[in-house]
Write a protein that binds this ligand. Sequence first.
Ligand code: KG4
Ligand code: ZN
Length: 343
Amino acid sequence: MLVLGIESSCDESAISIVKDGQKIIINEIYSQYEIHKKFGGVFPEYASRSHLEKLLIILKNALKGSNLTLKDLNLITVSQKPGLIGSLHMGLSLAKSLSIALKIPYKAVNHIHAHLISAMIGREDLLQFPALGVTISGGHTFLALMKNRTEYSIIGSTIDDAVGEAFDKVAKLLGLGYPGGPKVEEMAKYGDPQAFNFIPCRVKNKPYNFSFSGLKTKVLYTLRGQNAQNNGEILLKKEKFKDLAASFQMCALTDILKKSIKACIDFNLKQVFLGGGVANNHLLRQLFDRFSPPTLKVFFPQKGLCEDNGAMIAALGFYQFMQEGIESSLNLNPQPTSKLTCI
Ligand code: KG4
Ligand code: ZN
C-alpha cells in the first residue's frame, strides 16, 4: 500500500510516500526557518501562508523524485492535531481534496502520537512490545507505555515547558536565536557541563513527570542575577556562556535519560523509542548509549525522522487505517490542542 503523509502542523511543510508503513520511498521536508528567524520564533500567520505556497510544490517534487504519480497512491494521511490552527488547515485541506479527487481514503492522525512511532519505521523485525515511547519536541514532552504502535497510555509528561521549548528559551537568553536546540547544542560542545550545579526538577508523587520552567529560570538568574527580568543587564562574562549552555543541556537531558530508564525498569520494558526534534541531540544519544542497562534496546529515529516529517504521519495513518478499516470524515476540522491524560 503506497501511503502519502502530509505534515503542516507548525513550521515544517513535509510530504512523504511510505510503503506499508515501513519503507520510506521519499521524505521531503521544507523548513520555514528563514521566514521565522527574524521574529525569534514561529509567526503563525506566515507559517500557514508558507504551507499554502509550498505544500503543492513539495508534493510534485516527492512524486517526481519517487517516479510515481498521484494514481499510484492508495491512502492519504495527514496531521490533524495538535498544532497551529491555520497551518493544520493547509495540510488537512490538501488531504481532503486529494482524497475526493483520487477517490481514495484519507486518515487524519495525531501528530504527537506519530512522533512516538517515528523510531519504529524500518525496524519492523526488531520491535518488542510493550515498549516505552518518549516524545521530546518543541511542544510536548511525555513518556508513553506502548502496547503496540496504535495503543498507548501516558505515564508522565511535563507540567510546564516542553524540553525543546526550554532549549529555545535558553537560546534566546544566550542571544543565539531560533531554533534554539541545535544552537545550544553547538555552543555547549565547548563548555563544561559541571560548571553550574543545576539539578533536574522532581514533581511530587509523579516520578515520570517533568518540569523545565525552574531550570530555565535558573539559567536566567545565572545570566542576569537573582530576581532578574528577561531584559535585565547581563552580569555573566561572555566566556562563561558556553559553560551555562553545557550545564543547562546536561541537566535537561539527564532528566529525560533517568526518567526514561526508571520507567523501563519499573514497567519491565525492554525497548525504548524516542522521537521529536530534541532526539536530534548528539549528547542525548551518547547518554543513552552509555547509561542504559545492557538489556534495554534504545532506538532513535533514522535521519530526517526526528523533526516534523510526513513519513511518521504516513506510518501511523497506515497502521490505524489497517486496524480500524475506516477513513476519516470529510467534516473533520483541525484541532490545535490534544489533551494528554496520564494514567
Ligand atoms: O519535533 P519538532 O520538529 O517540532 C515539534 O513538534 O515541536 O521539535 C522542534 C524542537 C525545537 O524546540 C528545537 O529547538 C528542538 O526540537 N531541537 C533540539 C535539537 N534539534 C531540534 N533540541 C536540542 N538539541 C537539538 N540538536
Ligand atoms: Zn512535532
